[in-house]
Design a protein. Structure first.
Length: 317
């Protein structure tokens, strides 16, 4: 079914979108399939955007219609490879270090100390669930280094993304100026080293983070990861259909520990989706915790922080 086109995506970009019109029938077939396989939902207002993104893949595969592309995704013997290419094409690689830093600091200054005070032998497991090019999990490692916990305590930080291309870029650990638009200059100086005209995290930070591919539209791919103590799942639900968000959030809720929590992006909310999670105030941020656990979690955090403050005042450390 697939014909090779040696020209590649780059050469084709820009002129082919006018070649293919995305008519009603292929639009609805493709958007259902894309929602099933990636979680992402393209409403009617985004039909043009979807046509533009998919035109490139239609052309690269030597096809002449969106319907052929739909059959390719459904039935081709290389359907998995085509789905990966689709995920790469639909991925929105917008991220930067220290994004919504109040959440990052809530993890390092409140959740992590409470975890080690209440479960001294258990590793702290932190999962960045749509990590894109890696800025989020690297920020988490830096924040834990800043509070002196990264090397002193057992900590696992895993970054995953549904796009294999994003995971490859995260693993490359090479960051350009746009990634640094928010992080304080002193942290850049201390935790990064030059890498040609780019920057890479110092070895201690690189070592702290591991990466993998995991698709949030496939519960079996992330059910194990969802047992993490802290889940950062930020700025990906904005692209998802409500039913998919509900399924992902319910899997988080079933799998996370009783004191676990989930951070979402600023524009994202679970409030109207009928899942058993509620908002708790953690440091200067809000996170979702299991329904009924908010008071316990907030009280424990305050008690541990008060003990630490008292110890600091008494001992000067
Ligand atoms: C805008 S970035 C968010 C990056 C980071 N979490 C942040 O807030 O800065 C969205 C990411 O979600 C990923 N994504 C989209 N659909 C996904 C899925 N079904 N499973 C996992 N990741 C997905 C994209 O590949 C992209 O890297």
């Amino acid at each position: 079914m697939t014909q090779n086109n040696s020209g590649g995506a780059g050469r084709l970009r820009g002129y082919h979108s006018e070649l293919f019109a995305l008519a009603d029938a292929p639009f609805s077939l493709l958007r259902e399939l894309i929602m099933e396989k990636t979680g992402m939902y393209f409403d009617d207002a985004k039909r043009g955007l979807l046509a533009d993104k998919l035109s490139e893949l239609v052309a690269v595969n030597g096809l002449t219609s969106f319907l052929d592309y739909y059959y390719l995704l459904r039935h081709d013997e290389n359907a998995d490879a085509h789905l990966n290419a689709l995920m790469n094409r639909l991925s929105v690689p917008e991220t930067y270090f220290w994004r919504q830093s109040e959440q990052i600091l809530a993890m390092s200054e409140v959740i992590a100390p409470t975890h080690f005070a209440t479960k001294p032998r258990a590793p702290l497991r932190v999962w960045s669930a749509a990590c894109c090019t890696g800025e989020e999990p690297v920020s988490l490692a830096i924040a834990l280094a800043e509070v002196g916990l990264l090397d002193a305590q057992p900590i696992e930080i895993v970054g995953t993304d549904g796009s294999p291309a994003m995971v490859a870029r995260a693993r490359a650990n090479s960051f350009g100026p746009r990634s640094f638009r928010q992080i304080p200059a002193n942290l850049k100086e201390r935790y990064f080293e030059p890498d040609g005209d780019r920057w890479r995290p110092i070895e201690r930070i690189r070592r702290a983070v591991s990466y993998d591919v995991a698709n949030l539209a496939v519960p079996a791919e992330f059910a194990g990861l969802a047992t993490a103590d802290v889940i950062f799942c930020r700025n990906v639900f904005i692209y998802f259909a409500d039913d998919v968000i509900r399924r992902v959030a319910r899997t988080f809720c079933e799998r996370m520990p009783d004191d676990g929590c989930v951070f979402l992006g600023a524009a994202e909310s679970l409030t109207r989706l009928n899942v058993d999670l509620e908002l708790a105030e953690i440091g200067k941020a809000f996170a979702y915790v299991k329904a009924g656990r908010r008071h316990h979690i907030e009280r424990t955090n305050s008690a541990i922080l008060a003990t630490r403050t008292a110890t600091h005042v008494t001992t000067g450390h």
